[in-house]
Design a protein around this ligand. Structure first.
Ligand code: OSB
Ligand code: MG
Length: 368
C-alpha cells in the first residue's frame, strides 16, 4: 500500500463536565488525530487517545507524538508493505507504545476499507447492525451519581459503570441499590485496592454487580487470579491487558471472567481482533472499553463492538455526553440503549474537517 502523506493534529476541547476518578480528574481532553492519504486523495482517520499526563497508561500526548513522528511514520513510509494486517509485524521492533500504534493502524485500516468500498466493521468480520450502549458515571459525589443515573436511564443506557474509590465505595453502592435494586450495575476501581482488601472486596458481592473492573494493580495478572477465587462478583481486567499475550496469560490463570478490550490499549485493530477471537474460543464475554474520546475513536469502537464476541454493552455513549460538538457527522447517538452500526465505507462517519482545524493546537505533515 502506498501512502502519500500522514498528518498529525493535536486537538483539544474541554469536557462538558469533569470526569473524576480516584487517580485524576479530567477537565480538558487532548487527542492526536491521524490522517493518512493515498495518491487518489482518499483519506483515512485514526485517533490517538493517551491523556496529557500518564495516569491511566504510561503514554502521553507528547510520547505518542514522538513515537509517531520519529519511529512509526518513517518506518511505515519507508518500508514496502501490502496490507494493513502486516503493520503490527512491521512495527514489532518498537516495544509497547500501543496507543501510538493503534492510532496509525486505525487510520490505515480506515483508508484501506474506503479503497475497498466496504464498512470497516464488516471487513473485520462484524455482523451486528446495532451495538448496545453502556455509560460511565465518574464523580465522587453520591447525589451527583444518582442524578446522572436518573438522567442516563431516560436515554435507555443498558449498563451503568460507576467509578469508585476506597472511601466512598460501600456508601455509594448502598445508595444506588436503595433506589435502583435491579439496575445493570458494575464498578471500575482503576486499581484502588490491594490483596490486603480481600475481605472488604467480598462485601461488594451483596450488591449483585455485573462485574468489578480492575480492582488491583494496573499491571497485575497473578494477584487478580487469587482474588477472583475469593469473590462471587466477576472480575474484568482493563489496564492489565495490553496485548494478546496478556489476554492469554489472564485466561490461563483465570484472572477474571470477563474482558474489556480497548483497541488503543492493545495497539490497534489487529491485536484487538486476535484477543476477540481468543476470548470467543474460550467463552469469555467481551465488551468494548472507552477512553473519553472523540468521534473518530468512537467510530472505530462501534465497528469493533459489531464483532460477535462483544456480548456486553460497552463504554459507548452519545457524542453529547462529553462534547458540545463532536468532530464527526452524524454524531454518535444512543437511541433506546443502542447505537446503529453504519454501513458506509471505512469508519462509516464523516469527519468535520473545517471544525477539526478550529480545534487544532498543532499540526505536522509527513510526505512520502
Ligand atoms: O478505566 O475504563 C477506564 C476513561 C478513561 C480512562 C480510563 C477509563 C475510562 C472509562 C471510559 O471509564 C469512559 C468513557 O469513555 O465513556
Ligand atoms: Mg477501566
Amino acid at each position: 500500500m502506498y501512502l502519500s502523506s500522514v498528518t498529525l493534529r493535536v486537538i483539544s476541547m474541554p469536557l462538558k463536565s469533569p470526569f473524576q476518578t480516584h487517580l485524576e480528574t479530567v477537565r480538558e481532553r487532548e487527542v492526536i488525530v491521524v490522517e493518512v492519504r493515498d495518491l487518489e486523495g482518499t483519506i483515512g482517520y485514526g485517533e490517538a487517545v493517551p491523556f496529557s499526563s500518564p495516569w491511566y497508561t504510561e503514554e502521553t500526548i507528547k510520547t505518542v507524538f514522538h513515537m509517531l513522528e520519529d519511529f512509526l511514520i518513517p518506518l511505515t513510509l519507508k518500508k514496502e508493505w501490502h496490507h494493513p494486517s502486516e503493520l503490527s509485524q512491521l512495527w514489532s521492533g518498537i516495544r509497547r507504545n500501543q496507543m501510538a500504534k493503534s492510532a496509525l493502524e486505525q487510520a490505515i485500516w480506515d483508508l484501506y476499507a474506503k479503497q475497498q468500498g466496504v464498512y470497516l466493521g464488516t471487513l473485520m468480520g462484524g455482523e451486528r447492525t446495532e451495538v448496545a450502549a453502556g455509560v460511565v458515571i465518574a464523580t465522587s459525589s453520591v447525589n451527583e451519581a444518582l442524578n446522572q443515573i436518573e438522567m442516563y436511564a431516560k436515554e435507555g443506557y443498558q449498563r451503568y459503570k460507576v467509578k469508585i474509590n476506597r472511601t466512598n465505595d460501600i456508601q455509594l453502592l448502598s445508595e444506588i441499590r436503595k433506589v435502583y435494586p435491579d439496575l445493570p450495575l458494575m464498578i471500575d476501581a482503576n486499581s484502588a485496592y490491594t490483596l490486603d482488601d480481600v475481605e472488604h472486596l467480598q462485601r461488594f458481592d451483596q450488591f449483585k454487580l455485573l462485574m468489578i473492573e480492575q480492582p488491583l494493580r494496573f499491571d497485575d495478572i497473578v494477584e487478580h487470579s487469587y482474588l477472583q477465587k475469593e469473590l462471587q462478583t466477576p472480575i474484568c481486567l482493563d489496564e492489565s491487558i495490553c496485548s494478546f499475550h496478556d489476554a492469554k496469560s489472564a485466561l490461563l490463570l483465570e484472572s477474571g471472567r470477563i474482558l474489556n478490550i480497548k483497541m488503543a490499549r492493545v495497539g490497534g485493530w489487529t491485536e484487538a481482533v486476535r484477543i476477540h477471537d481468543l476470548c470467543v474460543k474460550a467463552n469469555i464475554p467481551l465488551w468494548c472499553g472507552g477512553m473519553i474520546e472523540f468521534g473518530i475513536s468512537r467510530a472505530h469502537n462501534v465497528a469493533l463492538a459489531s464483532l460477535k464476541g462483544f456480548t456486553i454493552p460497552g463504554d459507548l455513549s452519545s457524542s453529547s455526553k462529553y462534547w458540545e460538538q463532536d468532530i464527526i457527522e452524524p454524531e454518535i447517538q444512543v437511541v433506546n440503549g443502542m447505537i446503529p452500526v453504519p454501513k458506509t465505507a471505512g469508519i462509516g462517519f464523516a469527519v468535520k474537517e473545517k471544525y477539526l482545524h478550529t480545534l487544532t493546537q498543532y499540526e505536522k505533515i509527513y510526505r512520502n
